[in-house]
Design a protein around this ligand. Sequence first.
Ligand SMILES: Cc1cc2nc3c(=O)[nH]c(=O)nc-3n(C[C@H](O)[C@H](O)[C@H](O)COP(=O)(O)OP(=O)(O)OC[C@H]3O[C@@H](n4cnc5c(N)ncnc54)[C@H](O)[C@@H]3O)c2cc1C
Length: 366
Amino acid sequence: MKVLVVGGGIIGCATAYELAKAGCQVTVFERSTPGAEASSAAAGLLAPLGESTDTNFAQLALASWRLYPDVVRELEDRTGIDVEYVTRGTIYPMSATQTRHDAEAWAVNKEFGVEVLEGSDVHALEPALSPKIRHAIFVRGDHWLNNQRLVLAYAQAAAAAGVELSTGCNVSRLVVEGGRVRAVVTEGERVEGDAVLLAAGAWSSELMAPLGASLRIEPRRGQMIALAHVPPVLTYCVHGEAYMAPRPSGELVVGATVERAGFQRAVTAEGIAGLLRAAIELVPSLRELPIARTWCGFRPWAPDSLPVLGPWPGVEGLFVATGHFRNGILLAPITARIMTEWITGGQPTVAVKDFLPDRFVRRPAR
Ligand SMILES: Cc1cc2nc3c(=O)[nH]c(=O)nc-3n(C[C@H](O)[C@H](O)[C@H](O)COP(=O)(O)OP(=O)(O)OC[C@H]3O[C@@H](n4cnc5c(N)ncnc54)[C@H](O)[C@@H]3O)c2cc1C
């Protein structure tokens, strides 16, 4: 089976890799380089605990989080790329009431090692935290990694498994004939395939609109800062108004804004000032650290903030995997598995009802 993947971000590369392992012949079309957009811009937090653990989204996030240790091992074995997977845990500074409420909600999941920290316990764990912080939750199960390296590892593993990576190659059109997707068009060339997976991140709607398809994916800009973190100030990830993730390579990643700014590729004074203010409030000694770099990226957002995963109704052979918004790095392994199950004719092994693309298909008024 020949599968054409549009978009070489984390979602396209991870799925291409799984498809190749399942015996498919795969080509990835990426107009820039693998991971050039949101997948490199991210912080790489793998933090699946949200407001509740019993929604389908929470179950999807947990399922993906559980796949990570094996994914990291496999990619490191196959490529030699160290993805800087850190499993130390995250400290969430909070008010006293909020701490108890959230700890109770989160503690249902024992595998996360959720602990309430009060008074001197907070600073015993992370001495650099502001003395104003008297209550926090420590979630040992929150992990993080270097997402730039992860997407390259997926791309390299995919290529080694036989995937053709067509970089610098823009897809201008999907060809649908007789209710079936037949090909993609790239700079004048038509490339035939049995199935097409649209994984074009925040740009995914552009190729669907000419088909009359009502997939609405919009960009949500995120701005980020890396501080030079040598010698390190923090051991753990700290997550309050801003988050700070210490990377083994010596950067402290501080993020992130969530903005409706179209595709305006700009780091703004207000965005960076807000992040630094929030970070210094939590960890005062950060004010001394040099700013190493700043950047921004575009998260793919669907109107209900949930991912869009599955076959596109009414067009045989067309599949969509996008809308991962704030969690695309976390969700990449499970997305790759689900999409591979679907494309190769199987049934997804996790509950996917809430994520099906048909929730966006316009139905005629009765
Ligand atoms: C600042 C920021 C912080 C984040 N932090 C986290 C985090 O800590 N944890 C987490 O899990 N998630 C995080 N995310 C979210 C995560 O980065 C995204 O959900 C994820 O990267 C989406 O992956 P993708 O492959 O769908 O999109 P992208 O990485 O954007 O990939 C899409 C690719 O498609 C290509 N493309 C588009 N159109 C075409 C075309 N017509 N032809 C060929 N190629 C095309 C693009 O060039 C691009 O490379 C963050 C995002 C941002 C911006």
